[in-house]
Write a new protein. Structure first.
Lengths: 486, 153
């Protein structure tokens, strides 16, 4: 596949959906309180009327659009709408307090643009070979890769690794509810015929990331009264010169780290900021309003948001909650991301890359001249939006299958997710386990079938063995670290 | 005791899954049955949460109550009102139609979000009902019962 196929995929529909996604993404990135996973979950039912390519383009645009939008609130009010903006806020808000909010927002947008375009090209060239290679991996190797992906997601993601792994197993158990793929027997259904097709992804996500996250935002939220004036959103030559190097370095850091399951956009932004510190001259630390402290994390979070699609599209491994929701969206549309996905759906892949290229340009147009408009939106109290979000969630969940059982499920997962958050547990590992559990079971089953029930296949297969050794080394390191700290 | 709640909660989930999984056959003849991996995953939840529990007790013994034990006192109103909005939808939707149900769910959510004036609550109720009406007109099947007197209710 050459890059010209990407531009052939730029249809009027692709452009419209990308624009809608970018606009919604910016909006939710700007407004603190509801993040991309919840928004994507809310909009999932609306995408059922679209074809799979249209749905994934719009949902992906929401995801990377939110990275852009979050920088505006991070800079203006020191409260990012999306977690990735936390790192940008450190220097960005200082710049706003110095009366340079406009240039800071502009540099954040331009860094994100460079990172977005470069990463889209990176994905185009990196994903195809990885996808071809993934077709040669044995079921045992794929089981090992999924286990490694889950393990990496648990130990790298924010929070404690042990509870995260336990919740992944719980999520995997939830994923097994339905009809057993091996023998067609119902499993864990407790006699409910509605559960024969498994737990619906939409009520699960809407409960865990929608209702539970909303409750959490209301319990803990707050917004400052004063919003820094935006000013003229255009950088000076000095700003551009200061931001060029950090943008390139941030892009490389984000694109590489984003491929690793579990590396969040925040982690990538932190790593880029850490690297930038090493490049700063003595006596000029970050954190006091340096443009480098805006450009590097912004480039890194946008690059990692996009490159996180590589493990999903090539190996079927979603590394973070938003990618997990995107994976669920693809599955709902009858497309299983993983080995064989790109060779079987070259048009969809080309359209996705095309939307990334165009979407990033649209986002700069949306974010620069409209920075003042987005800032004005911050004056809308979050409590005014809550009833609207709840009604959209209710109608969305109910309309998927016209089933009140799904609303019951949303209620149950909303309460469950809220309990998890109250116990300081993140629901993300549960969702990753829910998505990957059935795939893990399938590959384990196939591997055992091919080896005639001999479990030694998992140590004789080189890929599986390598994954198991990495997991063992990771567990060993965690234990040593824990023992040292106690 | 509060810091033990989280591992105990997750362990309970594992126990529930294991009990149900034990009712499924692990093998059907020479084939792998629906219960095998279900038991393995459930056992994983229990095993890991027990290790986590033991670690928590050990750390607590070494350092006393950690900061997690000093739990923030968070308001219960948002949870009660938002989960209540979902329950209202489940209960009222078959009786009152979509618009009225969504309006009342919006009212409950608005209360949970912290609105306390009659005007603000009324406005949220109207907006929520209005959104339901617009969505029904644009996106939902014509047969969707919107009002208590709708024929399909």
């Amino acid at each position: 596949m050459d890059l010209s196929t990407v531009f052939q995929a730029l249809t009027a529909e692709t452009l419209t959906l990308t624009f809608v996604g970018a606009l919604v993404g910016t909006l939710i990135g700007v407004l603190p309180g509801i993040g991309p996973p919840a928004t994507i979950a809310l909009l999932l039912p609306l995408t059922f009327t679209l074809d799979p390519a249209g749905a994934i383009i719009m949902l992906a645009a929401i995801y990377y659009g939110a990275q852009y939008g979050s920088s505006t609130t991070a800079i203006l009010i020191n409260l990012p709408g999306e977690t990735s903006g936390v790192v940008t806020a450190i220097d960005g808000h200082r710049l706003a307090l110095q009366g340079r909010a406009g240039p800071a927002i502009a540099m954040a947008a331009l860094s994100s643009l460079f990172a977005g375009l470069a990463t889209a090209v990176f994905i185009w060239f990196a994903a195809v070979p990885v996808a071809q290679w993934s077709l040669t991996i044995s079921p045992a190797g794929l089981a090992g890769l999924i286990a490694l992906g889950l393990f990496a997601a648990a130990i790298i993601a924010p929070g404690r690794p042990l509870p995260a792994v336990a919740l992944m197993f719980a999520g995997a158990s939830l994923g097994l509810i339905g009809t057993d793929s091996g023998g067609g027997m119902p499993r864990f259904t407790l006699g409910f015929t509605e559960l024969r097709d498994g737990i619906g992804f939409v009520p699960l996500i809407m409960g865990l990331f929608g209702i539970a996250a909303l409750i959490r935002s209301l319990e803990t939220g707050g917004r400052p009264e004063r919003i820094a004036p935006v000013g003229w959103p255009w950088p000076s030559r000095t700003d551009l010169a200061a931001g060029a190097g950090p943008t390139v370095r941030g892009t490389v850091v984000g694109a590489v780290l984003g491929v690793i399951p579990g590396v969040s956009t925040v982690t990538a932004a932190l790593a880029a900021r850490g690297l930038e510190r090493a490049f700063r001259p003595r006596g000029a630390p970050l954190g006091e309003g340096a443009m480098e402290g805006v450009c590097a994390p912004e480039a890194a979070n946008n690059a990692s948001a996009q490159s996180a699609l590589v493990p999903l599209l090539t190996l079927g491994i979603p590394g973070n909650p938003v990618i997990a929701v995107l994976a669920g969206a693809l599955m709902i549309h009858g497309i299983a991301p993983g080995p064989g996905f790109i060779p079987a759906n070259p048009d969809l892949f080309a359209a996705l890359i095309a939307s990334m290229l165009v979407g990033n340009i649209m986002l700069v147009i949306l974010n620069l001249p409209l920075a003042g408009v987005w800032a004005a939106l911050l004056t809308i109290p979050f409590r005014k939006l809550v009833p609207v979000i709840v009604v959209l969630a209710l109608i969305g969940v109910h309309s998927v299958q016209g089933s009140m059982f799904d609303v019951w499920l949303m209620l149950a997962f909303g309460a469950f997710g809220w309990l998890l958050l109250r116990l300081e547990l993140e629901p993300t590992p549960l969702v990753l386990g829910f998505i990957l559990g059935p795939a893990l079971e399938e590959y384990l089953r196939r591997a055992l079938l091919l080896s005639r029930g001999d479990p030694s296949v998992f140590v004789t297969d080189p890929m599986s063995l390598a994954c198991l050794l990495i997991i063992a080394a990771g567990v060993g390191l965690l234990i040593v670290r824990q023992l040292r700290s106690t | 005791m509060k810091i033990l709640l989280a591992p105990l909660f997750v362990c309970t989930i594992g126990v529930v899954f294991l009990v149900i999984a034990m009712g499924e056959p692990a093998f059907v003849g020479s084939r792998i049955g629906p219960g095998l991996f279900a038991r393995i995953f459930a056992a994983g939840v229990i095993g890991l949460s027990l290790v986590w529990l033991a670690g928590t007790i050990f750390v607590r013994g070494q350092h006393g109550e950690d900061e997690q034990a000093v739990a923030q006192r968070l308001p219960l109103t948002p949870a009660v009102a938002l989960l209540g909005a979902v329950i209202l939808f489940i209960v009222l939707r078959p009786l009152a139609g979509l618009v009225l149900t969504c309006a009342l769910a919006g009212l409950s959510a608005s209360w949970g979000a912290g609105e306390r004036t009659v005007l603000a609550l009324a406005a949220s109720t109207v907006v929520a009902g209005g959104i339901a009406l617009i969505i029904a007109a644009l996106l939902l099947p014509e047969a969707t019962p919107l009002w208590p007197w709708s024929p399909h209710l």
